[in-house]
Design a protein around this ligand. Structure first.
Ligand SMILES: [Zn+2]
Length: 313
């Protein structure tokens, strides 16, 4: 089955023509201003048209359009229900299925980006042999998704398994979701600069000289023996590990897949989480496997075909 796949993030968008697990052609579209989704749509439509031509295909060769979106969405109506503050807020008023019909005469399905990544890993990646899976994506935010008996969990309001918003510190940092002490508020790329700046001794740390305070910088200074960087890194690992145990207890998976940009430093993250989950999770049946996502930035695209194959409820 072929599909047009669209992956939208906070700082990027990608469009691709997919044939099952193969990306036939893809184009990355820089997003300078992630506030307006409406202005992105004509660029996505133009990119898809060019890519179809490049592949010698027409829209009629595709089953539909699959969209990965960083917010809460209704995959059945194709509507975007809630977006992170300040990002693509206009998208809630848009009728994406109508846009797809007008541009391509194709049906459109949309899914949250973490769920899309899980669909991709299940269809083409490290989770192929599993039916009970939890995914945690560590990056700008922290995403979560769960699959039980081979079916995505969505919940009544499409908010099941908001893994990044599991509270891990009851009196912790304020989160963008309105709660406090969420995994995402305590250890994510958007939260990291402020976490660093208020850490005791930050001014004397090498981190204070970094123009961009991200996890690459944190891991680099930590590896160099910078005491502040080492302490912040340890705390972030504890936060993710605590969240991972919460997800294991909530969803009883056999596999926990870890994705997102932070996993570019998987050697710094995976062994700690593996040890922590195995020593803290109550799993008398055995051990939950922890694996790094295989598909990287392509997971959101490769989820398009299984999303379009899903039977509607
Ligand atoms: Zn939150």
């Amino acid at each position: 089955m072929k599909a047009i796949a669209i992956d939208t993030g906070g700082s990027h968008a990608a469009c691709a023509i997919i044939d099952e697990c193969r990306i036939l052609a893809a184009e990355h579209i820089p997003v300078a201003d992630a506030r307006c989704f409406g202005t992105l749509l004509p660029r996505l439509a133009a990119a898809a048209t060019v890519l179809l031509e490049r592949c010698g295909l027409t829209a009629r060769d595709c089953r539909g359009v699959g969209v990965s979106f960083p917010g809460i969405v209704d995959p059945f109506s194709g509507r975007i229900l809630s977006t992170p503050k300040g990002k693509y807020e206009d998208s809630i008023a848009l009728d994406l299925p109508e846009w797809s019909r007008e541009c391509f005469h194709l049906p459109l399905r949309i899914e949250n980006d973490a769920r899309m990544a899980l669909l991709g890993e299940k269809h083409c990646g490290t989770a192929r042999a599993f039916d009970d899976i939890v995914m945690l994506t560590l990056g700008t935010g922290v995403g979560g998704a769960a699959m039980m008996d081979g079916r995505l969990l969505r919940g009544k309001h499409f908010q099941a398994c908001l893994g990044g918003h599991l509270p891990v510190v009851f009196d912790g940092r304020a989160c963008i979701c309105g709660s406090t002490g969420c995994v995402e508020a305590e250890a994510s790329t958007w939260a990291l600069p402020e976490i660093c700046r208020v850490w005791p001794g930050f001014a004397q740390s090498g981190l204070a000289r970094e123009p961009v305070l991200d996890f690459a910088a944190l891991f680099r200074w930590s590896a160099a023996g910078d005491a502040v960087a080492m302490a912040i890194k340890d705390r972030c690992l504890q936060v993710w590990a605590c969240g991972a145990v919460g997800l294991v207890h909530a969803y009883d998976p056999e596999l926990l897949v870890l994705g997102g940009a932070v996993m570019k430093s998987a050697d710094q993250v995976l062994p700690f989480l593996d040890d922590y989950v195995h020593s803290h999770a109550w799993t008398p049946w055995g051990k939950v496997q922890l694996r790094q996502a295989e598909l990287g930035g392509e997971a959101g695209l490769l989820g398009a075909v299984p999303l379009l194959k899903e039977t509607c409820r």
